[in-house]
Design a protein around this ligand. Structure first.
Ligand code: SF4
Length: 401
């Protein structure tokens, strides 16, 4: 236990749970693809797979700690605040292993109020808000914290901004647990404030306000939900520190930082703006590597791309966005989404709800680009590959060179 009632480093049972993890998440086919230079070929079907895909270090660690927790406390009640990561199969598996979700995931009915001091509660890879942490601490339960080190690094920046009187301008999704948790860190300091922008369009409205082209009432109408209590755009944009959710599209985060930086220079002049504007790129390396790999894959666009990951997975959505600029792209959650050679269930870019597309798989030889988000287990990727083989009438074991 590294802190009173809070465990940050697991229980040293990594080797003991390795077999269970492998049984639940490993795929022979995907292991073979990694060895074979990320290309697999069958008659009439070629798969090119991004060089970086699937589970990131933060997700591996979170899932590992969940399994360790179960091994360490087989007889205690075990809870998770919400989805441990954004993958439906992993969450379902944890439910089967006896974890209850405090946010109702998978039909759980448990509430924070039900937690007792002899329970164990897992905190997810994207962290929890300071308010939730306080409530959980008050229960006296043992907390197993799987918050990723890359998220903790963002919090450090945000807290430094808040301490120094800078408003934290966060490029992120307000409905994402990580962004809520990150924003809450700003309020640990009396001068702390935050504002969350989703995209370039919202950032432009902030830049306009900084340069004196905005109206406070209209600003608060637009951003009312995603600013800290008592936020005054006329006063609180005079010192700005940028951060981002770790899984955003890195090119967009960079453009937003550039846009706000230029607005600050226009408003204050170069010298003073240097004192009033700070920026750190807080995209995590796993997200960056996966985006870079998919950009490399798309240099020679395949006939179509399949991107595998939870429909609510931020980083998966951005991988699909990158692919969709180069070829027809289908973001699927599981192998079952490949309904038939004629129909595929997928989440269209920029939309929340899935839809069914028709005539997605061309007749004749086809080359498919494949990647998967940081919360997608190899097992699911392998199942999608097997499903593609079935739809093409080839056996996964009969590859050609
Ligand atoms: S996507 Fe990045 S920040 Fe999130 S868990 Fe993985 S490594 Fe950590």
């Amino acid at each position: 236990v590294s802190h009173e009632g809070l465990v940050r480093k697991g229980f040293g049972l990594r080797r003991q749970v390795a077999g269970d993890l492998s049984r639940d998440y490993h795929s022979q086919l995907v292991a073979r693809a990694r060895e074979a230079g990320h290309e697999l070929r069958w008659p009439g079907l070629a798969l090119r797979i991004a060089t970086e895909f699937g589970f990131c270090y933060g997700v591996e660690r979170a899932v590992d700690y969940a399994y360790e927790t179960r091994m360490k406390f087989p007889d205690r009640r075990r809870f998770i605040t919400g989805e441990i990561i954004h993958n439906p199969r992993v969450n379902t598996r944890l439910r089967e292993l006896g974890f209850e979700f405090l946010d109702g995931t998978g039909g759980s009915e448990a509430q924070v109020e039900d937690i007792r001091s002899d329970d164990v509660v897992l905190l997810p890879a994207f962290g929890v808000t300071t308010e939730m942490l306080t409530r959980l601490r008050e229960t006296g339960a043992l907390l197993v914290d799987t918050t990723c080190g890359s998220v903790l690094a963002v919090w450090k920046n945000v807290e430094r901004y808040a301490r120094d009187g800078f408003t934290c301008l966060i490029h992120g999704k307000w409905n994402h647990e990580e962004t809520r948790a990150t924003a809450s860190r700003a309020l640990l300091y009396p001068e702390g404030r935050y504002l969350v922008v989703l995209d370039l369009d919202e950032a432009q409205a902030v830049a306009d306000h900084i340069t004196g082209r905005g109206d406070a009432a209209a600003f608060l109408d637009r951003f009312g939900e995603v600013v800290s209590p008592g936020f005054d755009p006329d006063r609180h944009l005079d010192r700005v520190g940028m951060a981002n959710q770790t899984t955003m599209l890195s090119s967009e985060s960079l453009r937003i930082a550039g846009l706000i930086g230029r607005a600050m220079v226009e408003r204050w002049g170069r010298k003073e703006a240097a004192e009033r504007f700070r920026s750190f790129d807080t995209i995590c390396s796993a997200t960056q590597d996966r985006q870079d790999a998919v950009l490399a894959l798309m240099k020679q666009p395949p006939d179509l791309a399949i991107v595998i990951g939870g429909f609510n997975s931020s980083n998966t959505g951005h991988l699909a966005e990158i692919c969709s600029e180069r070829c027809p792209t289908f973001h699927v959650e599981t192998a079952e989404d490949l309904l038939s050679a004629a129909e595929i269930r997928h989440r269209p870019i920029g939309r929340r709800e899935p839809a069914t597309a028709r005539a997605w798989l061309p007749d004749g030889p086809v080359e498919i680009g494949l990647t998967a988000g940081a919360s997608t287990p190899d097992r699911e990727i392998g199942r999608v590959i097997e499903r593609l083989c079935t739809l093409r009438g080839v056996s996964p074991d009969e590859q050609v060179d």
